[in-house]
Design a protein around this ligand. Structure first.
Ligand code: NAI
Ligand code: MG
Length: 374
């Protein structure tokens, strides 16, 4: 038995290919771990009506961390149509397993480091080094949604909300409601983690991202709480920005920013922008982190058009494995992996298609593994 138990969740499309690549690197760095494969993704939705079966939930309860590839998600109607015939018409509803996992295991931090490794021709600018702390369980992703809108809800809103008057006459099937719910607790804990991170790694400032001038209740709460917590860290300066202005300024001068703290939806969006500034989806990794469990994944999806071709870039997933090593306390190994990735990028001899080369997924992993072994 290894020192760590790691759930291994390839999922769909290219998920298995990039995880295979990550495993080559984890083995070369000598992580003492037992890898436990788990079922997740579209096939399990189609065949058993559940993309995140209970046995996988149980597996995650008994592991230290997980590596997750990617899953395919489709809109409700398309999902229903692909169910095995005997499962149709039972009212089964597809929900993204990764969103469920975040809620079930309270993985409230989505950590997305976006670093431009020197010499990557895809860098928007050399020297970019941003870290996004995205709240991961609340906000518009809380799952409280109505379509069609039930008449009880419409009646209540008509009674208590003035602005709802504009929608009051609509039949329930002519509009939809998604609730944005943000809590004091949720806003506080993500902020605290962001400032602790800034403190620990000597980052120069934290920027609170919001749209509190318009979305007054929820973003107002987030901003208020984040500022309160920020005051507890006098050594870390912080500022705030409206999300729309921020994306513009971020592109204009990424060096004005360092740690970006945001509620769920804005965090999702700005982290994709940040990813593109450091080479795109092939380079962007993500950690979903709670008090008990960390689930590490590339930020990209299942890229169905490349599935089976072993040509996508595994660096995002290898950097996710690096984050996992950090989280497990294996910092020396994490540094080795990151240095090897940086070395291979800088050297520029092995490049996947997105980098303008034609090396395969596993060739990239092997080059990184060689750089680790010296
Ligand atoms: P995607 O991220 O899977 O791929 C979009 C495009 O980005 C690809 O066609 C490819 O050109 C490029 N790309 C992605 N990963 C790459 C890599 N490692 N190396 C080089 N190029 C790469 O996004 P798409 O096509 O919008 O979604 C496909 C499926 O994945 C959908 O079902 C979507 O719901 C799902 N998805 C799942 C996510 C997850 O599992 N966390 C995240 C995003 C999307
Ligand atoms: Mg996203």
């Amino acid at each position: 038995m290894g020192k760590f138990r790691i759930a291994w969740l390839p999922g769909d499309g290219i998920g298995g290919e990039v995880l295979q690549a990550a495993r080559i690197v984890l083995d070369s760095v000598g992580l003492d771990a037992e890898y436990l494969p788990g079922d997740i993704g579209w096939n399990f939705w189609c065949s058993e009506g559940d993309a995140f079966p209970q046995r996988t939930i149980d597996l995650l309860k008994a592991t230290d961390a997980a590596m997750f590839g990617a899953i395919t998600s489709k809109p409700a109607r398309a999902a229903e149509a692909e169910l095995a015939p005997e499962l149709r018409g039972q009212g089964l509803v597809y929900r993204s397993p990764i969103v469920r996992m975040r809620q079930l295991f309270d993985l409230y931090i989505c950590l997305r480091p976006c670093k431009a490794y020197p010499g990557n021709a895809l860098n928007y600018r050399e020297g970019i080094d941003l870290v996004v702390f995205r709240e991961n369980t609340e906000d518009l992703y809380c799952g409280v949604e109505f379509t069609p809108v039930p008449s009880e809800l419409a009646a209540l809103l008509a009674r208590i909300s003035g602005p709802f008057g504009a929608f009051q006459q609509l039949p329930g099937d002519q509009y939809a409601v998604s609730c944005k719910i943000n809590t004091r607790k949720g806003s506080e804990r993500i902020t605290r983690r962001a400032f602790e991170f800034a403190h620990r790694f000597g980052r120069k400032k934290v920027t609170i991202v919001h749209k509190a001038n318009v979305v007054r209740a929820t973003d107002g709460l987030f901003l208020e709480v984040a500022k309160e917590v920020g005051e507890e860290f006098p050594e870390i300066p912080f500022d705030e920005a409206n999300v729309d202005a921020l994306v513009m300024w971020l592109l204009r001068n990424p060096f004005n920013y360092d740690v970006l703290l945001a509620p769920n939806l804005y965090g999702d969006i700005i982290s994709d922008l940040c990813a593109q500034m450091v080479g795109g989806l092939g380079f962007s990794c993500s950690g979903n982190i709670g008090e008990q469990l960390g689930v590490f994944e590339p930020a990209h999806g299942s890229a169905p058009k490349y599935a089976g071709q072993f040509k996508v870039n595994p660096i995002a997933t290898i950097l996710a494995a690096k984050m996992m090593l950090d989280w497990l306390g294996e910092s020396e190994k994490a540094v080795k992996v990151e240095s090897a990735v940086a070395h291979v990028i800088q050297e520029g001899r092995v490049k996947t298609y997105d980098m303008g080369g034609n090396h395969k997924t596993l060739e990239m992993a092997e080059a990184i593994a060689r750089a680790i072994s010296g």
